[in-house]
Design a protein around this ligand. Sequence first.
Ligand SMILES: Cc1cc2nc3c(=O)[nH]c(=O)nc-3n(C[C@H](O)[C@H](O)[C@H](O)COP(=O)(O)OP(=O)(O)OC[C@H]3O[C@@H](n4cnc5c(N)ncnc54)[C@H](O)[C@@H]3O)c2cc1C
Ligand code: FES
Length: 262
Amino acid sequence: MMKKILQIKNAPILFHRKVSSCARHISLSLPAIAGTAEPGQFLHLRISSGSPSPLLRRPFSINDVQGDRVSILYEVKGAGTKLLSKMLPGETLDVIGPLGMGFDIDPQKREHLLVAGGMGLAPMGLLARSLKGMKLKPELLYGCRSSAELVKPGITGCQISSEDGSCGKKGLVTSLLLDRLRICRDPAVYACGPWPMLKAVAGICHKNNIPCQVSLESFMACGVGACQGCVVKNSDGNYVSVCDKGPVFNSRQIDWDQDCVI
Ligand SMILES: Cc1cc2nc3c(=O)[nH]c(=O)nc-3n(C[C@H](O)[C@H](O)[C@H](O)COP(=O)(O)OP(=O)(O)OC[C@H]3O[C@@H](n4cnc5c(N)ncnc54)[C@H](O)[C@@H]3O)c2cc1C
Ligand code: FES
């Protein structure tokens, strides 16, 4: 079925908060998008109202949907996110969405493991909400670099790891995953985070024959499959666009030996 993509030119910012040393949470009034958004889909934001720069829209995963509100969780990285970080409640953003293919939930699975690294936490809010709506129990395994970068996940059933040991278990989120898999009976894994983490998670799941979906990042321009600016190599040696065939893929569809996309 064709998914309906909308452009909302004046979506009001409802709140905008700093939630860690590097991350911010922004909530937008987007009734038309809230009604159809699926976990793993993203919004394409035009951040430069009035000025030509940045020219391109910036993609952000839908973090959560509550009533008419759609939120995103983002890290300040460059020109676009710096500008975004200065925007205040009451100001508006030009938004296209919901875009892309999200996570597929298999209700037959016994355990649903959401594996997030850093800002890979972003899509997990709506995914956890959707799982709960289906009477399934999400378990979040969330890795960050340090307690300063930890974002309160707002998801019950969460295990945390940090690279410096300042919060949760010291180490990488993959060690939480390996521990949890030892006692899982029939799990499904949903992962989002940096490429090396996704590659490691995919490797663990392939070795143990566990279904794994990964949400990929790539540089994006059009966001709708027209420019081929966001392609990654798939396991058949062909290229697929992340914006419309993804960002969520079955981990077995991806060629994990290609150079890191971002
Ligand atoms: C489908 C999708 C969903 C995303 N969801 C989120 C999210 O929920 N939260 C979040 O913080 N970020 C997310 N990103 C990344 C986000 O789009 C970029 O961080 C953002 O576009 C950077 O814009 P900028 O103008 O601030 O930085 P730029 O000036 O464009 O770049 C600054 C730095 O950011 C890096 N960067 C640029 N684009 C990306 C990208 N697409 N992915 C990763 N790094 C990038 C560049 O390598 C550079 O080092 C997502 C990306 C995609 C493709
Ligand atoms: S960003 Fe244009 S095809 Fe994906």
